[in-house]
Design a protein. Sequence first.
Length: 320
Amino acid sequence: MNSHYDAILIVAFGGPEQPDDVMPFLENVLRGRNVPQERMMAVAEHYRGFGGKSPINDQCRELIAALRDELDRNKIDLPIYWGNRNWHPMLADTLREMRDDGINKALVFLTSAYSSYSSCRQYLENIQAAQREVGDSAPQIGKICAYCTHPGFIETWIDRVRTAFEQLPDAQLIFTAHSIPSSMAENCDYEKQLREACALIAQALSHPDWELVFQSRSGPPMQPWLEPDVCDVLEKTDARNIVLAPIGFISDHMEVVYDLDTEAREVCDRRSIKMVRAATPGTHPRFIAMIRELIEEHIDPKSAIHPCPANCCPPPGRPK
């Protein structure tokens, strides 16, 4: 299969891989952001509690291996590269490697399904900054659209949540996503897209009683962020059985394994609530097939059957 693209680029958040990486990684993440020092130190302890290593990089390696198999089976002969926003392999280093390999134009897949400044526009700004660092010879980049309501994404989540309900029938369904500042949410479709995805999943499972909550806020206390917080909800709920579905994430990285599997579970255990946390998409076959379908549609726009969501990326600029 031929196209004007000559590579696939996976762009992820990145994470530390050993204890000495934790503080430099967090300094990269929080540079220029108004995040209290005590919050940064608390997050550092979260990483150290897991040996100083985030699971996210290994999960990216697994995703790339699964996608490579999927592309090979479908005779899509494009190399796959991987660059992170905040830790090695850094985006600029990856773009240099691509340039040296003769790559002229790559199609980028973001490991974030939704549209907001931090989940879309900031990724694009980081790519542009990396291109400037590499110089005029840096590869051109085309972006795969947000895929939060793509059938492959929704079908993957239906399967993940159904499996969780098999372990705990008759549970209350609570979806979780990373909180963002309210000022940011007012300028994008992030919350709208989340609710649409949740509704599609719940409808397919004939489970009309669901709730969307948020987690992992990092801003100063006086700054409004999307609420309610998952732990606050768990502290007050009358439900005795709960399925938590981290709809805002595509893999089980630190915000999932700490904020949900550790903190939220501690609340549930203390309140004698039975809780099953649904797995994230990860390398689910339908999710990997979705990435391949999106690649095919960008290679051959005439074959596109899944329209790009309205307002796929928010307008440039960081909200105040």
